[in-house]
Design a protein around this ligand. Structure first.
Ligand code: ATP
Ligand code: MG
Length: 182
């Protein structure tokens, strides 16, 4: 660890609320951390196979940021619709991976993207997520994103930002834009 890390203290950061910007804020933070020589691991819950621009760029150009997806949000085959149990299994798998990433000693920042949505949909138990918080080494920063963060998580976090939707183009029927939404 370099001088910049002196006095460092791992934080729990939560980006929640129904306004746009939670995942992009988390990736902005990943960029900032990687710029300081940190290793960042992102686990994306819920999302399935949906492609977003940052994933391609990270895979091509930013080896200190790694991303894995554990969700069953989308499937390419219309005849294979994931059941609730499939979603639960995928989310639990993701949480097990989160536990490994947090305790591995490899990463300085771990981002659990959309994990709040997995909680809201009852794919995971809040206590099991809090258990991952408890296992965190002192210097590791843990970021949790997604609408509807539960009170217990908000209570335990060091930083909580609630994105509030003032306006969204979708409300006027403007579809998701490449480079902005995905
Ligand atoms: P982003 O990934 O753009 O930072 P987010 O993580 O805050 O957004 P999610 O709830 O994860 O938001 O939803 C992701 C997608 O839904 C994005 O395409 C985003 O533009 C869209 N979205 C986010 N907030 C709203 C909203 N209030 N109304 C309509 N669509 C939204
Ligand atoms: Mg998001």
């Amino acid at each position: 660890m370099n001088d910049l890390n002196r006095g460092s203290r791992g934080l729990v950061l939560v980006y929640t609320g129904d306004g746009k910007g939670k995942t992009t804020a988390a990736f902005g933070l990943a960029l900032r951390a990687a710029g300081r020589g940190f290793r960042v691991h992102v686990i994306q819950f819920i999302k399935g196979a949906m492609e977003t621009g940052e994933i391609d760029l990270i895979a091509k150009a930013l080896p200190s940021i790694t991303v894995e997806r554990v969700g069953k949000g989308f499937t390419w085959r219309r005849d294979v619709v994931p059941t609730f149990e499939d979603h639960v299994a995928a989310a639990r798998d993701g949480l097990a991976r989160a536990r490994e990433a947090v305790t591995a000693g490899t990463y300085q920042v771990v981002i659990l993207d959309e994990i709040n949505v997995a909680l809201k949909k009852k794919l995971l138990e809040t206590n099991d997520v809090l258990d991952v918080l408890d296992r965190r080494p002192n210097e590791l920063h843990l970021v949790l994103t997604g609408r509807g963060a539960p009170t217990e998580l908000i209570d335990r976090a060091d930083l909580v930002t609630e994105m509030r939707c003032v306006k969204h183009p979708f409300q006027r029927g403007i579809p998701a834009q490449i480079g902005i939404d995905r």
